[in-house]
Each structure stands twice: as C-alpha cells, then as structure tokens.
Design a protein around this ligand. Structure first.
Ligand code: COD
Ligand code: ATP
Length: 196
C-alpha cells in the first residue's frame, strides 16, 4: 500500500523546506507550485492565459511579474487564472500518483483545503509559525511587496483552521526541530504501513 500525505500551510510557512526533509526520508514528492512553473514555461497553461491576458505572456512563457501586476490591478484576475490553472495542475498530480515509486507520496499543495484536495489524502500535515515570523520570512525573500503578500494571505484559509483540520502539525521554527518532527511522522506512517 502507498500512503498519500498532503503537505500544506499558508504562504511562507515552510512547505518547500519541509517537503525537502520528507524527500531526505525517502518519500516521493509532488509540488503544486513546481507544477504551475512547468505549465507556465511553454506548458499547457500558456495558450489559455494568453487568450485571456495577452500581456502576461512573453516569448511563449507566462511572465509571473506581469501576472502579479494584473492581479494587483484587477481583483477578479486571480480567480480567472485559477480556473485555467487548477484543472491542469490536477492532471499533472494524477500522472504523478500513477507513476511514483515510494511507500509514502508527499503532495506539497498550498491550497489543499481550499480546493478540497484533502479528500484524496490518507493524512494531512500543516506547517506553521507565528504570523509575524511568516510575514518577515516572505518579505525577506524580496519577491513580493507587502500588499501582494496581504492579498494572497487574505485569500487563504486562516492558519488556525488549517492546523485544526490537519492530522499532524509541524512547527518550522528551526531546521533541526522541523527535521525531527518529519522523522517522527514518517516513522509513525511506516509503522502503520508495516501493520496494514
Ligand atoms: C500569483 C502568482 C503569479 C505569484 O507568483 P510568485 O512566483 O511570486 O509566487 P509563487 O507562485 O511561488 O507563490 C507563492 C505562494 O503564494 C501562494 N499562492 C499562489 N497562488 C495562490 C492562489 N491562487 N491563492 C492563494 N494563494 C496562492 C502559495 O502559498 C504559494 O506557495 C502565482 O502564484 C500564480 O500564478 N498563482 C495562480 C496559480 C495558483 O493558484 N497556484 C497555487 C498552487 S495550485
Ligand atoms: N524549519 C525552518 N527553520 C528555519 N527557517 C525555515 C524553516 N522552514 C522554512 N524556513 C524559511 O522560511 C522561508 C519560507 O520557507 P519556504 O519557502 O519553505 O515556505 P513555503 O511555505 O514553501 O512558501 P510559499 O508558500 O511562498 O511557497 C524560507 O526563507 C526558509 O528558509
């Protein structure tokens, strides 16, 4: 039996960093944000995005900076982008699910609960840190303005609710602490698989 583990958390809470720790433990990883990058880079999202937002496509690639400007100016744009992108992301995910070779498949999905994706998982992990640290980490990356960060955060399910709905919560305050929590969760799942 293969175990499907959803990994979620709000923007900047540490999903990608924690996902890499699951890979170190021998899990196979599918990353929703990485799938979006593939779809935007000469992938299947380019034509439908170009049809709706011609200024967002440059040399056959969806330009994320242009997309962020469009979203900042038009509050309905993100919803329209999601309508194009999410079904393509779902196709990419089911291809991975059919072909991946590991006992535990980890799905790093920022909008896991918001899109109802949790129903397809055997368990869900939520990563968390206090809101002030979250803001600091996102702004320190230098890829988003404070307004863009707030716009994305306001669209996501509140962190407390995500944690309450999850089977496991990982506190991403330090790398060592997160690594220990990942190791414990993988151990619990593998013990369960051995007895299944
Ligand atoms: C808004 C965009 C242009 C920002 O691009 P940028 O490279 O600056 O950021 P990146 O893609 O790494 O996203 C950063 C984080 O923002 C959050 N986020 C991204 N898209 C969304 C969204 N539609 N709703 C809520 N949060 C989102 C996630 O936590 C994500 O991890 C880009 O995220 C995008 O095109 N989003 C729409 C596609 C989508 O819904 N992606 C979510 C995963 S399926
Ligand atoms: N356990 C941790 N200890 C210390 N710093 C961490 C930890 N986890 C993540 N970070 C830092 O927090 C920042 C955000 O982490 P990461 O990019 O993994 O978050 P994310 O949830 O994937 O973000 P996004 O939602 O924007 O894709 C990064 O600068 C990362 O180095």
């Amino acid at each position: 039996m293969r175990f499907c583990l959803g990994l979620t958390g709000s923007i900047g809470m540490g999903k990608s960093t924690t996902a890499a720790m699951f890979v170190e433990e021998g899990c196979a990883l599918w990353d929703a944000d990485a799938a979006v990058h593939r779809l935007y880079d000469k992938g299947a999202a380019v034509a439908p995005i170009a049809a709706r937002f011609p200024d967002a496509v440059v040399d056959g690639i969806v330009d994320r900076a242009a997309l962020k400007r469009i979203i900042a100016d038009d509050s309905a744009a993100l919803k329209q982008i999601e309508t194009i992108v999410h079904p393509l992301v779902a196709q990419d995910r089911s291809r991975f699910r059919q072909s991946a070779q590991a006992d535990i498949l980890v799905f790093d999905i920022p909008l896991l609960f918001e899109t109802g994706g949790d129903a397809a998982m055997d368990a869900v992990v939520c990563v968390t840190i206090p809101a002030d640290l979250q803001r600091q980490r996102v702004l320190d990356r230098g890829t988003m303005s404070e307004a863009q960060f707030e716009q994305i955060r306001a669209k996501q399910m509140p962190n407390d609710e995500k944690c309450a709905r999850s089977d496991y919560v990982i506190i991403t305050d330090t790398l060592d602490h997160a690594r220990r929590q990942v190791h414990d969760i993988v151990g619990q799942i593998r013990t369960g698989l051995a007895h299944a």
